[in-house]
Design a protein around this ligand. Structure first.
Ligand SMILES: NC(=O)c1ccc[n+]([C@@H]2O[C@H](COP(=O)([O-])OP(=O)(O)OC[C@H]3O[C@@H](n4cnc5c(N)ncnc54)[C@H](OP(=O)(O)O)[C@@H]3O)[C@@H](O)[C@H]2O)c1
Length: 271
């Protein structure tokens, strides 16, 4: 007899952790994925004790293609039925293209593009077996805009948004819905919280707490929505984007993107 689980990648911290807690709050069992030594055993015990749900975890590096097969093997050789697949793990960045290290770019593409694609593929049969499953892909508002210093990151998220929208059409026949969430800023790390305070008043209003965004995301996934931009101001900006001339949008985007001057931003994923 199989039991329903939500699989959340990048669940050790930030948005992924907030999503995991929101699933647990809804009494849904969890399979958490993150890198080794990122605190998954402690987080799993905490969630089990507080929420009374079953929590499993796997410590794997999603920048390695083999990890997706490892996860699928684990799932298929167990009694886990994945009903909710959340592709959240992501490598963020902000920096000039010429300054980004080649290895960093490849890792960003591997985690943000290859891993969600492959993981979805290898878990597809398991998802189908649930009768009615949902995939939640965590993209970004950056997937809609062409931002300097976010060229590779924005492109990886544009891929994810496009992939999700097409896949949704294909998987309808299997009763699997695909929802994409495109947050603006999220206060997920100390660095980001600080960085998000340096931007203009209006840009600060685009930033959400991960807990609030997680509630919105899971609700949208359950309602099988297509693409969700969380937050009132972000929704207004998306509407405004259709109306404003390109040169004004470029000027506004450049002004915000050049505001941050925190050292070593380019090489960390905690941005
Ligand atoms: N923060 C924002 O402003 C923002 C805005 C829009 C969209 N998003 C998207 O939201 C998602 C989560 O972002 P976040 O801010 O919560 O990021 P975060 O705090 O840096 O957390 C990223 C998560 O992904 C995991 N991860 C990174 N590389 C991995 C790898 N190679 N293998 C396995 N796990 C890996 C991390 O695990 P470890 O703890 O083990 O490193 C961590 O759990 C991302 O997809 C991001 O693009 C974020």
């Amino acid at each position: 007899m199989k039991t329903n689980y939500a699989l959340v990648t990048g669940a050790s911290q930030g948005f992924g952790k907030a999503l995991a807690l929101e699933f647990a709050n809804r009494k849904i069992n969890l399979l958490l994925i993150a890198l080794p030594n990122s605190g998954l055993p402690e987080l799993s015990n905490f969630i089990k004790q507080i929420y009374g749900v079953d929590v499993r975890y796997l410590e794997v590096d999603l920048s390695i293609g083999q990890s997706s097969y490892f996860i699928a093997d684990y799932v298929n050789s167990s009694t886990l039925q994945i009903k909710y697949l959340v592709n959240n793990a992501g490598v963020l960045s902000k920096g000039l293209f010429e300054d980004l290290k080649d290895e960093f770019i490849l890792k960003q593409i591997a985690v943000n593009v290859t891993a969600p694609t492959l993981l979805t593929k290898v878990l597809l049969e398991n998802l189908k077996a649930s009768g009615a499953a949902s995939i939640l892909n965590i993209s970004s508002m950056a997937s809609f805009f062409f931002l300097p210093k976010k060229q590779v990151y924005g492109a990886t998220k544009a891929y994810l948004t496009s992939f999700s929208k097409s896949l949704r059409k294909e998987l309808k026949k299997d009763n699997i819905s695909v929802t994409t969430i495109c947050p603006g800023g999220l206060n997920t790390t100390t660095r980001l919280c600080y960085q998000n305070r340096l931007v203009s008043w209006i840009a600060q209003k685009t930033v959400l707490n991960p807990e609030d965004a997680a509630k919105i995301a899971i609700k949208a996934m359950i309602k099988t929505e297509i693409v969700v931009v969380p937050g009132f101001v972000n929704k207004c900006l998306m509407a405004l984007d259709k109306l404003l001339p390109g040169f004004i949008k470029d000027r506004l985007a450049n002004r915000e993107i050049n505001k941050f001057a925190i050292p070593k931003l380019e090489e960390t994923n905690h941005q």
